[in-house]
Design a protein around this ligand. Structure first.
Ligand code: SF4
Length: 339
């Protein structure tokens, strides 16, 4: 497969009045043409900041301190703001959790979707209008000819999300980054939007990065999954590896928090106890150690290496070390108590 995106050793930090927050700490991943990759983790794990870094959409206090981000043979870190502007919305489309982040409430849907076409593709307003109607139909919006004259508030939540997908895809991007695209939607609409993305991926042959805190959402769309925690990728594998042969306690926690319709209705979901690490002072050892029930003494002092399970699967956890000192196994509670 042809490589579309190659991110190497990305570090992103934010200067705050309390000090430097190291939000992304050495993230590397790749994406091939036509492939869908899921990036999964709780809020604050660094997944959205990783995408904002790639798009160069960081706030003023944020900076990329090291990286090589190759997109179609161009290093994005070396491009000027103007060059990045021509890539955003044209070669790379983005969908956000809240459609109102992208849709302007004071402009009609039609004119908002025409704008990127006129700007990036330099086509006439008439041709742009035709293309917008075609795209709205493609994302399942009926009566598209009438809908283009409506404002975002006249659309339901699901329709706004569809309109935003249409906007992200209108210039036929090579890559679609979808950041929690279904979190604000009810489960029926969520399933429809995911099905739509799957269908468009096949029809348009584009690559997708799907960012979510919910492992259940990526299962059907993505062939590979990267699990992020504490600004790092702590497990990587095919979707099958992650669901059926995961080797990291944090991934186990995410899997346990997916609702299972087969289980007793009274069975409670099991959230992961504790809170994500403070990235003002990232831990020296494994960032998950204060919350991990399998933590060993070594976990507190040394960051685990990326242990290779097989060619496509790795996990950064000392439990995968052949000489893991099982005798040192202590509980998360002991660590929190400083033992
Ligand atoms: Fe738990 Fe240690 Fe593995 Fe971290 S390295 S996930 S603390 S067992």
């Amino acid at each position: 497969m042809d490589r579309l995106l190659d991110v190497n050793d990305l570090h992103t930090s934010f200067q705050t009045y309390l000090g430097e927050v190291k939000a992304v700490r050495g993230v590397s991943f790749h994406l091939d043409k036509g492939e869908a990759l899921g990036i999964v983790g709780e809020s604050g794990s660094g997944k959205s900041i990783t995408m904002m870094s790639i798009m160069k959409l960081l706030p003023e206090n944020g900076k990329i301190t090291a990286a090589n981000i190759k997109f179609s043979d161009r290093d994005l870190t070396k491009l000027s703001d103007k060059e990045m502007e021509s890539i955003r919305g044209n070669d790379i489309g983005m969908i956000f959790q809240d459609p109102m982040t992208s849709l302007d409430p004071v402009f009609k849907i039609g004119s908002q979707l025409e704008e990127p076409l006129i700007k990036h593709k330099h086509i006439s307003k008439e041709d742009a209008k035709e293309k917008v109607i075609e795209m709205l139909k493609l994302v399942g919006i009926s009566s598209a000819e009438k809908r283009i004259n409506q404002y975002p508030h006249e659309f339901s939540g699901g329709m706004r999300q569809r309109a935003m997908i249409a906007m992200a895809l209108i210039c036929n991007p090579k890559l679609l980054i979808a950041d929690e695209p279904t979190t604000a939607l009810d489960v029926t609409i969520q399933a429809q939007i995911l099905e739509l993305m799957k269908d468009l991926k096949t029809k348009l042959g584009m690559s997708i990065i799907l960012i979510t805190h919910d492992l259940g959402v990526v299962a059907d769309l993505c062939s590979r999954i990267d699990v992020m925690y504490g600004g790092m990728i702590i497990e990587r594998g095919t979707t099958r590896d992650i669901f059926y042969n995961s080797k990291h306690p944090y991934t186990w926690g995410l899997l346990k928090s997916i609702p299972n319709p087969q289980e007793d209705i009274k069975q409670r979901l099991r959230p992961i106890d504790g809170t994500p690490p403070d990235l003002l002072k990232p831990p020296i050892g494994c960032p998950f150690s204060p919350r991990c029930e399998y933590a060993m003494k070594i976990c507190l002092n040394r960051m685990p290496e990326a242990f290779k399970i097989d060619d496509n699967h790795f996990s950064s956890c000392w439990l995968n070390h052949p000489n893991a000192p099982k005798i040192d196994k202590i509980s998360g509670g002991d660590i929190k108590n400083g033992k």
